[in-house]
Design a protein around this ligand. Sequence first.
Ligand code: TRH
Length: 397
Amino acid sequence: MRTITSWDLFCRVVDNYGDIGVCWRLARQLAQEHGHTVRLWVDDLRSFEKICPTVDAKADAQRISGVDIRHWADDAQVASLLAADAHPALHDVVIGAFACAVPEPMLKLMAERASQGSPPVWINLEYLSAEKWVSEHHAMQSPHLRLPLVKHFFFPGFARNTGGVLRESHLGAQRKTFEASPAAHHALWHRLGVDDLMRDCPDALRVSLFAYANPALPTLVAQWEASPQPVVCLVPEGLVAKQVAELLGDASGAQTGARWTRGNLNVAVVPFVPQEHYDPLLWACDINFVRGEDSFVRAQWALKPFVWHIYPQSDDVHLTKLDAFLTRYTAALAEADAKALVAFWHAWNGAPASLNWADFASMAARLRARAVTWEQSLMQLGDLAANLVAFCQKQVK
Ligand code: TRH
Protein backbone atom coordinates (compact mmCIF):
# COMPACT_ATOMS: atom_id res chain seq x y z
CA MET A 1 0.00 0.00 0.00
CA ARG A 2 1.26 3.48 -0.89
CA THR A 3 0.98 6.13 1.80
CA ILE A 4 -0.27 9.52 0.67
CA THR A 5 2.21 12.20 1.72
CA SER A 6 2.40 14.74 -1.10
CA TRP A 7 0.02 17.03 -2.96
CA ASP A 8 -0.25 19.25 -6.00
CA LEU A 9 -3.01 21.79 -5.55
CA PHE A 10 -4.12 23.97 -8.49
CA CYS A 11 -5.95 27.21 -7.79
CA ARG A 12 -7.41 29.59 -10.35
CA VAL A 13 -8.54 32.86 -8.83
CA VAL A 14 -11.94 33.55 -10.36
CA ASP A 15 -12.78 36.54 -8.22
CA ASN A 16 -11.80 38.18 -4.95
CA TYR A 17 -10.04 36.12 -2.30
CA GLY A 18 -12.11 33.03 -1.53
CA ASP A 19 -10.54 30.72 -4.11
CA ILE A 20 -7.02 31.36 -2.87
CA GLY A 21 -8.29 31.77 0.71
CA VAL A 22 -9.59 28.21 0.79
CA CYS A 23 -6.59 26.74 -1.08
CA TRP A 24 -4.05 28.48 1.14
CA ARG A 25 -5.81 27.30 4.27
CA LEU A 26 -5.97 23.72 2.97
CA ALA A 27 -2.35 23.76 1.76
CA ARG A 28 -1.05 25.00 5.11
CA GLN A 29 -3.10 22.46 7.02
CA LEU A 30 -1.83 19.55 4.92
CA ALA A 31 1.75 20.76 5.39
CA GLN A 32 1.63 21.80 9.01
CA GLU A 33 -0.81 19.37 10.62
CA HIS A 34 -0.26 16.31 8.45
CA GLY A 35 3.43 16.90 7.72
CA HIS A 36 2.84 16.40 3.99
CA THR A 37 4.65 17.94 1.03
CA VAL A 38 2.43 20.48 -0.68
CA ARG A 39 2.94 22.36 -3.94
CA LEU A 40 0.35 25.06 -4.46
CA TRP A 41 -0.05 26.39 -8.01
CA VAL A 42 -1.75 29.81 -8.21
CA ASP A 43 -2.50 31.85 -11.31
CA ASP A 44 -2.91 35.19 -9.51
CA LEU A 45 -0.19 35.91 -6.98
CA ARG A 46 -1.44 39.48 -6.41
CA SER A 47 -4.69 38.23 -4.88
CA PHE A 48 -2.65 35.72 -2.89
CA GLU A 49 -0.41 38.54 -1.62
CA LYS A 50 -3.47 40.32 -0.28
CA ILE A 51 -4.30 37.53 2.18
CA CYS A 52 -0.65 36.56 2.72
CA PRO A 53 1.60 39.64 2.48
CA THR A 54 4.81 37.55 2.56
CA VAL A 55 3.99 36.26 -0.93
CA ASP A 56 6.29 37.74 -3.57
CA ALA A 57 3.90 38.43 -6.45
CA LYS A 58 6.80 38.34 -8.93
CA ALA A 59 8.33 35.03 -7.90
CA ASP A 60 7.67 31.91 -9.96
CA ALA A 61 8.71 29.66 -7.11
CA GLN A 62 8.75 30.34 -3.38
CA ARG A 63 8.18 28.56 -0.09
CA ILE A 64 6.03 30.00 2.69
CA SER A 65 4.84 28.31 5.89
CA GLY A 66 6.12 24.96 4.67
CA VAL A 67 4.21 25.14 1.36
CA ASP A 68 5.92 25.28 -2.05
CA ILE A 69 4.19 27.94 -4.10
CA ARG A 70 4.39 28.02 -7.90
CA HIS A 71 3.07 30.65 -10.27
CA TRP A 72 0.65 28.98 -12.70
CA ALA A 73 0.83 31.41 -15.62
CA ASP A 74 0.20 28.95 -18.46
CA ASP A 75 0.94 25.39 -19.59
CA ALA A 76 4.47 26.26 -20.71
CA GLN A 77 5.31 27.67 -17.30
CA VAL A 78 3.85 24.67 -15.52
CA ALA A 79 5.98 22.41 -17.74
CA SER A 80 9.15 24.35 -17.04
CA LEU A 81 8.53 24.60 -13.29
CA LEU A 82 7.77 20.88 -13.17
CA ALA A 83 11.05 20.19 -14.93
CA ALA A 84 12.87 22.43 -12.46
CA ASP A 85 11.19 20.57 -9.57
CA ALA A 86 12.40 17.24 -10.91
CA HIS A 87 12.50 15.69 -7.46
CA PRO A 88 9.70 14.60 -7.41
CA ALA A 89 7.99 15.87 -10.54
CA LEU A 90 4.60 14.62 -9.43
CA HIS A 91 2.99 14.13 -6.06
CA ASP A 92 0.59 11.49 -4.72
CA VAL A 93 -2.53 13.63 -5.11
CA VAL A 94 -3.43 16.25 -7.71
CA ILE A 95 -6.28 18.62 -6.85
CA GLY A 96 -8.10 20.97 -9.20
CA ALA A 97 -9.63 23.39 -6.72
CA PHE A 98 -13.09 24.80 -7.34
CA ALA A 99 -13.36 22.45 -10.29
CA CYS A 100 -10.57 24.18 -12.22
CA ALA A 101 -9.01 22.23 -15.08
CA VAL A 102 -5.64 20.69 -14.23
CA PRO A 103 -3.09 21.90 -16.85
CA GLU A 104 -2.09 19.60 -19.70
CA PRO A 105 1.58 19.12 -18.71
CA MET A 106 0.41 17.86 -15.35
CA LEU A 107 -2.20 15.58 -16.91
CA LYS A 108 0.50 14.17 -19.17
CA LEU A 109 2.69 13.33 -16.18
CA MET A 110 -0.26 11.82 -14.39
CA ALA A 111 -1.06 9.62 -17.39
CA GLU A 112 2.58 8.48 -17.60
CA ARG A 113 2.47 7.53 -13.95
CA ALA A 114 -0.82 5.71 -14.53
CA SER A 115 0.72 3.66 -17.32
CA GLN A 116 3.43 2.61 -14.84
CA GLY A 117 0.68 1.31 -12.54
CA SER A 118 0.63 4.03 -9.87
CA PRO A 119 -1.55 6.96 -10.92
CA PRO A 120 -1.84 9.87 -8.52
CA VAL A 121 -5.22 10.37 -6.92
CA TRP A 122 -7.02 13.05 -8.93
CA ILE A 123 -9.44 15.25 -7.00
CA ASN A 124 -11.93 17.82 -8.18
CA LEU A 125 -12.45 19.94 -5.07
CA GLU A 126 -15.86 21.53 -5.41
CA TYR A 127 -17.62 24.61 -4.05
CA LEU A 128 -19.22 24.48 -0.62
CA SER A 129 -22.96 24.00 -0.56
CA ALA A 130 -25.58 22.88 1.96
CA GLU A 131 -27.84 21.51 -0.76
CA LYS A 132 -29.12 17.96 -0.38
CA TRP A 133 -27.71 16.66 -3.65
CA VAL A 134 -24.17 17.26 -2.42
CA SER A 135 -24.17 14.05 -0.33
CA GLU A 136 -25.24 12.07 -3.39
CA HIS A 137 -22.50 13.49 -5.60
CA HIS A 138 -19.67 13.49 -3.08
CA ALA A 139 -16.97 10.93 -3.93
CA MET A 140 -18.36 10.20 -7.37
CA GLN A 141 -15.88 9.33 -10.10
CA SER A 142 -15.46 10.37 -13.69
CA PRO A 143 -12.99 8.70 -16.09
CA HIS A 144 -10.97 10.98 -18.36
CA LEU A 145 -12.09 10.73 -21.98
CA ARG A 146 -8.60 10.27 -23.47
CA LEU A 147 -6.26 9.36 -20.65
CA PRO A 148 -6.18 6.40 -18.26
CA LEU A 149 -7.14 8.64 -15.32
CA VAL A 150 -10.11 8.87 -13.02
CA LYS A 151 -11.25 12.10 -11.41
CA HIS A 152 -12.90 11.99 -7.95
CA PHE A 153 -15.39 14.65 -6.92
CA PHE A 154 -14.86 15.88 -3.39
CA PHE A 155 -17.59 18.12 -2.04
CA PRO A 156 -17.24 20.23 1.09
CA GLY A 157 -20.51 20.32 2.96
CA PHE A 158 -22.54 20.47 6.12
CA ALA A 159 -24.00 16.95 6.12
CA ARG A 160 -22.89 13.38 6.55
CA ASN A 161 -21.43 11.91 3.36
CA THR A 162 -19.80 15.19 2.41
CA GLY A 163 -16.20 16.33 2.92
CA GLY A 164 -17.11 18.71 5.79
CA VAL A 165 -15.45 22.12 6.04
CA LEU A 166 -11.94 23.29 6.87
CA ARG A 167 -11.03 23.67 10.53
CA GLU A 168 -7.52 23.72 11.92
CA SER A 169 -7.02 21.43 14.89
CA HIS A 170 -5.90 24.26 17.22
CA LEU A 171 -8.65 26.68 16.25
CA GLY A 172 -10.93 26.13 19.26
CA ALA A 173 -8.05 26.46 21.73
CA GLN A 174 -6.79 29.60 20.00
CA ARG A 175 -10.23 31.17 20.15
CA LYS A 176 -10.64 30.40 23.85
CA THR A 177 -7.19 31.80 24.66
CA PHE A 178 -8.03 34.96 22.75
CA GLU A 179 -11.41 35.35 24.41
CA ALA A 180 -9.88 35.09 27.87
CA SER A 181 -7.19 37.68 27.15
CA PRO A 182 -7.90 41.43 27.44
CA ALA A 183 -4.32 41.99 26.22
CA ALA A 184 -5.06 40.05 22.99
CA HIS A 185 -8.15 42.20 22.46
CA HIS A 186 -6.16 45.38 23.01
CA ALA A 187 -3.49 44.18 20.60
CA LEU A 188 -6.16 43.47 17.98
CA TRP A 189 -7.80 46.89 18.31
CA HIS A 190 -4.36 48.49 18.20
CA ARG A 191 -3.41 46.58 15.01
CA LEU A 192 -6.66 47.72 13.44
CA GLY A 193 -6.13 51.32 14.56
CA VAL A 194 -9.38 51.48 16.55
CA ASP A 195 -8.23 51.33 20.18
CA ASP A 196 -9.60 54.84 20.84
CA LEU A 197 -12.99 53.91 19.38
CA MET A 198 -13.21 50.77 21.49
CA ARG A 199 -12.21 52.74 24.59
CA ASP A 200 -14.75 55.51 23.92
CA CYS A 201 -17.66 53.19 23.09
CA PRO A 202 -17.42 50.43 25.71
CA ASP A 203 -21.14 49.56 25.59
CA ALA A 204 -21.50 49.53 21.83
CA LEU A 205 -22.38 46.45 19.87
CA ARG A 206 -19.30 45.57 17.80
CA VAL A 207 -20.04 44.52 14.25
CA SER A 208 -17.61 43.43 11.54
CA LEU A 209 -18.86 44.06 8.02
CA PHE A 210 -17.32 42.03 5.18
CA ALA A 211 -19.64 41.87 2.18
CA TYR A 212 -20.02 42.63 -1.50
CA ALA A 213 -21.48 45.99 -2.48
CA ASN A 214 -25.03 45.58 -1.21
CA PRO A 215 -28.24 47.45 -2.10
CA ALA A 216 -29.57 46.79 1.42
CA LEU A 217 -26.68 48.67 3.04
CA PRO A 218 -28.36 52.13 3.19
CA THR A 219 -31.33 50.64 5.07
CA LEU A 220 -29.05 48.86 7.50
CA VAL A 221 -26.98 51.97 8.12
CA ALA A 222 -30.14 53.99 8.78
CA GLN A 223 -31.33 51.38 11.28
CA TRP A 224 -27.96 51.36 13.03
CA GLU A 225 -28.03 55.16 13.26
CA ALA A 226 -31.37 55.00 15.04
CA SER A 227 -30.58 51.92 17.11
CA PRO A 228 -31.06 52.35 20.89
CA GLN A 229 -27.79 50.49 21.52
CA PRO A 230 -24.74 52.19 19.99
CA VAL A 231 -23.14 50.25 17.14
CA VAL A 232 -19.46 50.25 16.22
CA CYS A 233 -19.04 48.90 12.72
CA LEU A 234 -15.60 47.81 11.50
CA VAL A 235 -15.35 47.57 7.73
CA PRO A 236 -12.27 46.02 6.09
CA GLU A 237 -10.93 48.01 3.13
CA GLY A 238 -12.57 46.85 -0.09
CA LEU A 239 -15.90 46.73 -1.89
CA VAL A 240 -18.23 47.44 0.97
CA ALA A 241 -15.94 50.05 2.52
CA LYS A 242 -16.21 51.92 -0.77
CA GLN A 243 -19.98 51.72 -0.64
CA VAL A 244 -20.04 52.86 2.99
CA ALA A 245 -17.77 55.77 2.11
CA GLU A 246 -20.04 56.80 -0.76
CA LEU A 247 -23.02 56.62 1.55
CA LEU A 248 -21.55 58.46 4.52
CA GLY A 249 -18.80 60.60 3.13
CA ASP A 250 -17.09 60.30 -0.19
CA ALA A 251 -15.54 57.35 -2.02
CA SER A 252 -12.04 58.69 -1.47
CA GLY A 253 -12.51 57.97 2.23
CA ALA A 254 -12.70 54.21 1.78
CA GLN A 255 -9.15 53.76 3.07
CA THR A 256 -8.03 52.43 6.42
CA GLY A 257 -8.49 55.01 9.12
CA ALA A 258 -11.63 56.61 7.67
CA ARG A 259 -14.29 57.23 10.34
CA TRP A 260 -17.89 58.40 10.36
CA THR A 261 -20.38 58.99 13.16
CA ARG A 262 -24.10 59.12 12.42
CA GLY A 263 -26.54 59.07 15.34
CA ASN A 264 -25.75 55.99 17.39
CA LEU A 265 -23.50 54.53 14.71
CA ASN A 266 -19.71 54.73 14.52
CA VAL A 267 -18.05 53.33 11.44
CA ALA A 268 -14.32 52.73 10.98
CA VAL A 269 -12.54 51.39 7.92
CA VAL A 270 -9.92 48.90 9.10
CA PRO A 271 -7.06 47.28 7.17
CA PHE A 272 -7.58 44.11 5.20
CA VAL A 273 -5.47 41.89 7.45
CA PRO A 274 -3.41 38.75 6.68
CA GLN A 275 -5.63 35.70 6.70
CA GLU A 276 -4.55 34.36 10.10
CA HIS A 277 -5.40 37.74 11.68
CA TYR A 278 -8.96 37.71 10.40
CA ASP A 279 -10.23 35.14 12.92
CA PRO A 280 -9.51 37.33 15.97
CA LEU A 281 -11.63 40.09 14.43
CA LEU A 282 -14.55 37.66 14.16
CA TRP A 283 -13.95 36.41 17.70
CA ALA A 284 -13.84 39.93 19.12
CA CYS A 285 -16.98 41.26 17.45
CA ASP A 286 -20.52 40.60 18.67
CA ILE A 287 -22.00 40.12 15.22
CA ASN A 288 -20.19 39.34 11.97
CA PHE A 289 -21.23 39.99 8.40
CA VAL A 290 -19.34 37.62 6.09
CA ARG A 291 -19.44 36.57 2.47
CA GLY A 292 -18.35 34.02 -0.14
CA GLU A 293 -17.11 30.75 1.25
CA ASP A 294 -14.11 31.02 3.54
CA SER A 295 -15.17 33.93 5.76
CA PHE A 296 -18.62 32.32 5.93
CA VAL A 297 -17.08 29.19 7.46
CA ARG A 298 -14.80 31.18 9.78
CA ALA A 299 -17.84 33.02 11.15
CA GLN A 300 -19.39 29.68 12.03
CA TRP A 301 -16.29 28.71 14.02
CA ALA A 302 -16.33 32.12 15.78
CA LEU A 303 -19.55 31.13 17.60
CA LYS A 304 -21.11 34.55 17.13
CA PRO A 305 -24.32 35.51 15.32
CA PHE A 306 -23.47 36.08 11.67
CA VAL A 307 -25.05 37.23 8.43
CA TRP A 308 -23.97 35.69 5.14
CA HIS A 309 -23.73 37.64 1.90
CA ILE A 310 -23.58 34.76 -0.55
CA TYR A 311 -21.58 35.13 -3.78
CA PRO A 312 -24.20 36.25 -6.34
CA GLN A 313 -24.70 33.96 -9.33
CA SER A 314 -26.79 34.27 -12.48
CA ASP A 315 -30.45 33.19 -12.38
CA ASP A 316 -30.46 33.60 -8.60
CA VAL A 317 -28.97 30.11 -8.18
CA HIS A 318 -27.28 31.45 -5.06
CA LEU A 319 -30.64 31.98 -3.35
CA THR A 320 -31.31 28.24 -3.53
CA LYS A 321 -27.93 27.65 -1.89
CA LEU A 322 -28.67 30.30 0.71
CA ASP A 323 -31.97 28.64 1.59
CA ALA A 324 -30.37 25.20 1.75
CA PHE A 325 -28.03 26.50 4.44
CA LEU A 326 -30.79 28.38 6.25
CA THR A 327 -32.94 25.25 6.36
CA ARG A 328 -30.19 23.34 8.14
CA TYR A 329 -29.14 26.19 10.41
CA THR A 330 -32.59 27.28 11.52
CA ALA A 331 -33.90 23.74 12.11
CA ALA A 332 -32.87 24.00 15.76
CA LEU A 333 -34.27 27.52 16.32
CA ALA A 334 -37.68 28.48 17.66
CA GLU A 335 -40.09 29.25 14.82
CA ALA A 336 -40.14 33.02 15.39
CA ASP A 337 -36.34 33.23 15.49
CA ALA A 338 -36.02 31.06 12.39
CA LYS A 339 -38.41 33.38 10.56
CA ALA A 340 -36.57 36.51 11.66
CA LEU A 341 -33.18 35.08 10.69
CA VAL A 342 -34.44 33.96 7.28
CA ALA A 343 -36.02 37.38 6.68
CA PHE A 344 -32.83 39.24 7.61
CA TRP A 345 -30.57 37.04 5.47
CA HIS A 346 -33.02 37.23 2.58
CA ALA A 347 -33.20 41.00 2.74
CA TRP A 348 -29.39 41.22 2.93
CA ASN A 349 -29.14 39.03 -0.16
CA GLY A 350 -31.72 40.86 -2.24
CA ALA A 351 -34.53 38.31 -1.87
CA PRO A 352 -37.97 39.75 -1.11
CA ALA A 353 -38.05 40.50 2.65
CA SER A 354 -37.64 43.52 4.84
CA LEU A 355 -34.48 44.18 6.77
CA ASN A 356 -35.14 44.49 10.49
CA TRP A 357 -32.02 45.04 12.57
CA ALA A 358 -33.92 45.32 15.85
CA ASP A 359 -35.38 41.84 15.33
CA PHE A 360 -32.00 40.42 14.43
CA ALA A 361 -30.15 42.03 17.33
CA SER A 362 -32.80 40.91 19.81
CA MET A 363 -32.01 37.26 18.98
CA ALA A 364 -28.28 37.60 19.63
CA ALA A 365 -28.16 35.46 22.79
CA ARG A 366 -30.21 32.68 21.20
CA LEU A 367 -28.10 32.80 18.04
CA ARG A 368 -24.96 32.45 20.16
CA ALA A 369 -26.45 29.32 21.70
CA ARG A 370 -27.33 28.00 18.24
CA ALA A 371 -23.79 28.68 17.07
CA VAL A 372 -22.53 26.28 19.73
CA THR A 373 -24.84 23.40 18.78
CA TRP A 374 -24.07 24.03 15.11
CA GLU A 375 -20.33 23.83 15.82
CA GLN A 376 -20.86 20.52 17.58
CA SER A 377 -22.76 19.07 14.64
CA LEU A 378 -20.15 20.30 12.15
CA MET A 379 -17.32 18.84 14.18
CA GLN A 380 -18.92 15.43 13.98
CA LEU A 381 -18.27 15.51 10.24
CA GLY A 382 -14.50 15.75 10.77
CA ASP A 383 -12.47 18.52 9.16
CA LEU A 384 -12.11 18.75 5.42
CA ALA A 385 -8.32 18.34 5.30
CA ALA A 386 -8.37 15.17 7.41
CA ASN A 387 -11.35 13.84 5.46
CA LEU A 388 -9.52 14.49 2.22
CA VAL A 389 -6.38 12.72 3.42
CA ALA A 390 -8.44 9.68 4.48
CA PHE A 391 -10.39 9.69 1.22
CA CYS A 392 -7.23 9.83 -0.93
CA GLN A 393 -5.55 7.16 1.16
CA LYS A 394 -8.54 4.88 0.56
CA GLN A 395 -8.13 5.30 -3.20
CA VAL A 396 -4.61 3.86 -3.21
CA LYS A 397 -5.30 0.85 -0.98
O1 TRH B 1 -13.47 37.11 -1.28
P1 TRH B 1 -14.67 36.26 -1.40
O2 TRH B 1 -15.83 36.89 -1.95
O3 TRH B 1 -14.27 35.04 -2.22
C1 TRH B 1 -14.94 34.16 -3.05
C2 TRH B 1 -14.59 34.45 -4.46
O4 TRH B 1 -15.31 35.54 -4.91
C3 TRH B 1 -14.82 33.24 -5.30
O5 TRH B 1 -14.69 33.50 -6.68
C4 TRH B 1 -16.11 32.59 -4.98
O6 TRH B 1 -16.13 31.38 -5.63
C5 TRH B 1 -16.21 32.34 -3.52
O7 TRH B 1 -16.10 33.58 -2.81
C6 TRH B 1 -17.48 31.65 -3.10
O8 TRH B 1 -15.08 35.69 0.07
P2 TRH B 1 -14.41 34.59 1.01
O9 TRH B 1 -14.65 33.21 0.46
O10 TRH B 1 -14.89 34.83 2.34
O11 TRH B 1 -12.85 34.87 0.95
C7 TRH B 1 -12.27 35.96 1.58
C8 TRH B 1 -10.90 35.58 2.10
O12 TRH B 1 -10.22 36.73 2.53
C9 TRH B 1 -10.97 34.62 3.28
O13 TRH B 1 -9.96 33.65 3.19
C10 TRH B 1 -10.70 35.52 4.46
C11 TRH B 1 -9.75 36.52 3.86
N1 TRH B 1 -9.65 37.81 4.55
C12 TRH B 1 -8.41 38.22 4.99
O14 TRH B 1 -7.41 37.47 4.84
N2 TRH B 1 -8.31 39.42 5.60
C13 TRH B 1 -9.37 40.25 5.79
O15 TRH B 1 -9.20 41.34 6.36
C14 TRH B 1 -10.64 39.81 5.34
C15 TRH B 1 -11.84 40.68 5.54
C16 TRH B 1 -10.75 38.60 4.71
